[in-house]
Design a protein around this ligand. Structure first.
Ligand code: MF3
Ligand code: CO
Ligand code: CO
Length: 257
């Protein structure tokens, strides 16, 4: 069931989204060679709890940490570790929180310490996939059109679209209807309406789209060991362009005219 959020509920989702942005920006500022993803996990949990929120990935279906930290060919659901990050690694951080009963969900990828052109190119393409999709998020548009546009941008750049995971509706639950795949058929799927809230989260590889699950039963890895990147925001459908609940003050048309 797809829920349409009221203005009062949207106000709470805005607050959750703004907190998540602030916390993830604080994490991003810490990322450099030598830092551990366990440190980032603990910082996330501390900052969220200090602000009165709950890190909602922790214990979600048994997931043991507050953030997902996925390195290089790990796509998503990586476990934070005590292993120091190294120069040139591709790190994806995905965080979720609940504030006052409402969820926010956002992910980003960076090159640790810079200096990896291949990884940076993949990150750029993954972000472009997001903005191309986000720009289309207006009432009346069908989800299949958005999924297809994301897929075309990735594949036209020789990249693979991970198919096993999707964006999703979000509200009081982290994962609500509808699914928002990063591949699809134009003209198919749900028609967007004002008041819907969902994530768009392209997961893109430099090689093939096929993946497997690590022995920890969580972490998704590319089968061909190609690098993978992730970029995610929580969006609200309005009368006009979408509102980026996890990127307050940023308008889609500014980033992607
Ligand atoms: N943040 C993820 C998403 O984008 C979900 C987290 S899975 C968890 O949907 F197990 F880590 F919670
Ligand atoms: Co996420
Ligand atoms: Co998500």
């Amino acid at each position: 069931m797809i829920t349409i959020k009221s203005e009062a509920q949207i106000e709470k989702m805005r607050a959750a989204g703004a907190l998540l942005r602030r916390v993830e920006d604080a994490l991003a500022a810490e990322i450099r060679p030598g830092v551990t993803t366990m440190h980032l996990d603990q910082l996330f949990e501390r900052l969220v709890r200090e602000a009165g929120g709950i890190p909602s990935s922790k214990n979600y279906h048994g997931f043991p940490y507050s953030i997902c930290a996925s390195v290089d060919m790990q796509v998503v659901h990586g476990f934070p570790s005590e292993e120091p990050l190294r120069q040139g690694q591709l790190l994806s951080i995905d965080g979720t929180l609940i504030l006052d009963g409402w969820q926010a969900d956002s992910a980003f990828s960076v090159v640790v310490g810079g200096g990896n052109d291949q990884a940076q190119r993949l990150i750029d393409i993954t972000q472009e996939c997001f903005w191309i999709g986000a720009k289309m998020c207006r009432p009346g548009v069908k989800l299949g059109d958005i999924s297809h546009a994301i897929q075309m941008h990735a594949e036209n750049n020789g990249c693979g679209v991970i198919r096993d995971l999707c964006g999703h509706g979000i509200g009081q639950e982290m994962h609500e209807d509808p699914n928002v795949p990063n591949f699809g058929t134009p003209g198919r799927g749900v028609r967007l309406q004002k008041g819907m809230t969902f994530t768009i989260e392209p997961m893109i590889s430099l090689g093939d789209w096929r993946v497997y699950v690590e022995d920890n039963d969580w972490t998704i890895v590319t089968r061909d060991d190609s690098l993978a990147a992730h970029y995610e925001h929580t969006l609200l459908i309005t009368d006009g362009e979408p509102e980026l609940l996890t990127y307050p003050g940023v308008s889609v048309s500014e980033v992607h005219p």
